[in-house]
Design a protein around this ligand. Structure first.
Ligand code: G3P
Ligand code: MG
Length: 246
């Protein structure tokens, strides 16, 4: 399948300018000129895909407990904005369906990171694919998935082999190409400090997309692009777009 990657992808929305994984963050990413946004899709205890990064509720909602042990009816009421700033106190934990509907309104494209809590890799992928299939119109560019979980990516591909995906790595591994091939991934997502000019050239010569995260330094952004990196996942889309245009 054809994989068309953008130059800049907003990270968890636009995580330096708005609370991560919230509807406000998606809106800010669009205002800043991003055309794609990355966000994390995790399951509530009762199996509803929501936008959330950590296993624990503490950092972004101030509440004790685990996402995997909390039902959607509770999660949906939590304040997911005050941790970032009082101006965002009305932000709630969004469901994946709410987020995708907003992206359609905003004309933004989703990079859905399947983010399973421990032991829920396949279940998370299945529910994320089900909800995305319900909401995302067939006549739009296919939604794009990524994950650190090989099990989740395999499940996504088994259900929807027509939807493109990328394999996330915090460390570059020598067997990267076998992993991507086995999972049918068209792109390799790597922690930006793992990427060297030689490695970028090797990955691009092998025909794969290369996505780096998380790139917030303008000079680094220009260097990575110069080495052939396709996409920069950033907390500050406006700043990085401006750096690349300069
Ligand atoms: O796709 C890159 C990004 O999602 C990876 O990291 O931890 O911010 O979800 P994280
Ligand atoms: Mg993520």
């Amino acid at each position: 399948m054809e994989l068309r990657l953008p130059t800049v992808i907003g990270h968890r929305g636009a995580a330096a300018q708005a609370p991560e994984n919230t509807l406000a963050g998606l809106r800010v990413a669009a205002e800043q000129g991003a055309t794609w946004v990355e966000f994390d899709a995790m399951l509530s205890a009762d199996g509803v895909p929501i936008l959330f990064h950590d296993d624990s509720l503490q950092r972004t909602t101030g509440r004790d407990g685990l996402v995997a042990e909390t039902d959607w009816r509770v999660l949906r009421e939590l304040d997911a904005g005050s941790y970032f700033g009082e101006a965002f106190a009305d932000e709630r934990v969004p469901s994946l369906a709410e987020a995708l509907n907003l992206l359609l309104d905003l004309g933004l494209h989703p990079n859905i990171e399947i983010k399973p809590t421990p032991g829920r890799d396949v279940e998370t992928a299945v529910r994320v694919v089900e909800v995305t299939a319900e909401v995302w119109p067939r006549d739009r560019q296919a939604p794009y998935f990524c994950s650190f979980s090989a099990m989740a990516l395999a499940a996504q591909r088994a259900l929807r082999p027509d939807w493109p995906s990328g394999f996330n790595g915090l460390r570059h591994e020598a067997d990267w190409q076998e992993r991507l091939r086995a999972l049918g991934c068209g792109a390799y997502h790597l922690l930006e400090r793992e990427i060297t000019p030689d490695l970028a050239a090797t990955i691009k010569a092998a025909g794969y997309g290369l996505v780096s995260f998380t790139v917030n330094d303008p000079a680094r952004a220009r260097a990575l692009r110069g080495w052939g990196v396709d996409s920069l996942v950033t907390d500050s889309p406006r700043e990085i777009l401006a750096a690349l245009a300069a």
